[in-house]
Design a protein around this ligand. Structure first.
Ligand code: HAX
Length: 439
């Protein structure tokens, strides 16, 4: 059986050829127009980034290498006794484009286990941070502290050919992914469990070990972690965390710099932090309304949230125009395992009420829930009630996608990113040249 690295090596040559052919022979083909609204409005929908591993359709949602979430649930290998796909499988699949066997997944688990020990300097750094520092800050700092050990940076300094960049990048990515679950668990146990750490269990797969080190040894929760870590792994290239990783990496900053920067973006409330915001908001709803509210009460509460100038967290999306399939996957998990849980009933009722209100308000282009509207309630149910930690788990998962792409970016020799910014005078000049708008 070929190792993941050997398998990946077989994919580099053919992909390089495809990219080089496109660039050389069709580099001048125009594929998109850009208007002033897009330039002012966050570059929305401009097709200007090359991503190898996933694609997001506004109506259908995410496809990982062409596969939907239900496809992956059916086709990716499961851990013994588990019913959700192993994250090791999605990483293998994103990187190589080939569905792994169970043995392939086990070899990734084993590879990560071998690389998982946290260096003493990292532990010292983590212990020096005040425990009430936000978990995402701690997470980004911990990743950055590991930069000291970057193999890419050491090899680059020693002198390395461009064609070889992908190799130490692969090594750094494997080293980093191996360590993320324990870093996340240490942040959690230090902030909320008195610093009583739980050692990893070498018999467990990556996701189950994440659950175990958090202190939640329940097969059902192992499965939730597997599902959670698979579905958050990638969402094409333009979202803030993925784009940040790509942008920073394009300067040949190594995996630690790129990933740490990506986590700073994921920590924004309009992006990954929305999962924490959703839970906080639901707790407020239940506190203010004395338990599970009626739909009439929810209706008023949602309107009050909007009228106070806030967003409804977990709703809307920059690309999606339908309910996020990642929301659906989590809803199905909840219907199977916790159908009568009060907080899940509130989440379900919001799903009935919020889209109608957002449509009536007429501002949000997408009134439907995104991934973050559902993840918190599942974690809360199994005992992770400290919602400030939620985005860290998102980060552990997102690392697999954006770092798989980073390896590809180095393998393909992708260029440093450098879009052209424009001044208001230039935009006004373009506006003057345009035909007068129809009255
Ligand atoms: N509640 C209230 N208003 C909303 C809204 C929501 N959930 N979603 C969008 N809007 C508003 C926007 O704030 C914007 O208002 P202004 O015109 O006053 O600026 C207007 O509707 C148009 O926005 P849009 O074009 O539909 O949405 P954007 O592409 O600009 O933004 C966001 C997409 C996800 C940031 C947005 O929908 C939002 O703020 N949602 C709530 C936060 C959230 O759930 N974020 C997580 C998104 C998924 C993700 O990245 N996860 O990590």
């Amino acid at each position: 059986m070929a190792s993941l690295k050997e398998k990946f090596m077989t994919k580099i040559g053919p992909m390089r050829e495809r990219v080089q052919k496109l660039n050389k022979e069709f580099g001048n083909v125009v594929v998109d127009d850009v208007n002033i609204g897009q330039i002012i409005g966050g570059m929305r929908d401009i097709r200007s980034m090359f991503w190898v591993i996933s694609d997001l359709d506004p109506q259908e949602g995410i496809r990982f290498r062409g596969y939907t979430i239900p496809d992956l649930q059916a086709k990716l290998p499961k851990a013994p006794g588990g019913s959700e796909p192993m994250p090791e499988g999605i990483f293998y699949f994103l990187l190589t484009g080939e569905l792994p066997t169970y043995d392939d997944c086990v070899s990734v688990t084993e590879e990560w286990r071998k690389r998982s020990a946290l260096p003493a300097h990292l532990i010292k750094t983590m212990e020096a941070v005040p425990t009430d520092t936000h978990p995402m800050t701690q997470f980004a700092m911990a990743i950055l502290a590991l930069q000291r050990d970057s193999k890419f940076t050491a090899k680059y300094r020693a002198g390395m050919s461009k064609g070889d960049y992908w190799d130490p990048m692969f090594e750094d990515v494997m080293d980093l992914l191996a360590k993320l679950p324990e870093i996340a668990a240490r942040i959690y146990r230090r902030a909320y469990k008195g610093g009583h750490y739980i050692a990893p269990d070498p018999k467990l797969d990556w996701a189950a070990n994440q659950a175990h080190m958090l202190g939640l040894d329940k097969p059902e929760f192992y499965d939730l972690m597997r599902l959670y870590l698979v579905i958050h792994s990638d969402h094409e290239g333009g979202n803030v965390s993925a784009h940040t990783c790509h942008l920073v990496g394009s300067a040949l900053s190594d995996a630690y710099y790129s990933m740490s920067a990506a986590m700073d973006g994921l920590a924004g409330p309009l992006h990954g932090l929305a999962n924490q915001e959703v839970l906080r908001w639901i707790m407020d709803v239940m506190k203010d309304l004395g338990g599970v509210p009626t739909k009439e009460q929810l209706h008023k509460y949602l309107w009050d949230t909007l009228k106070s100038g806030k967003v409804i967290p977990g709703y809307g999306h920059a690309v999606l125009r339908k309910t996020d399939p990642r929301y659906v996957a989590q809803r199905e998990f909840a219907l199977k395992h916790l159908p009568n849980y009060d907080m899940f009933r509130v989440v379900s009722d919001i799903y009935e009420v919020a889209p109608k209100i957002l449509i009536e308000q007429g501002k949000a282009k997408n009134p439907w829930p995104n991934v973050d509207a559902h993840s918190g309630v599942l974690l809360y149910y199994y005992g992770i009630t400290e919602y400030d930690i939620y985005t860290v788990f998102f980060g552990v998962s997102r690392a697999m996608g954006i770092l798989a792409q980073l390896i590809w970016s180095r393998a393909l020799g992708l260029a440093i990113e450098r879009p052209k910014s424009v001044l208001i005078e230039w935009l006004e000049e373009q506006a003057k040249k345009a035909p007068a708008p129809a009255k």
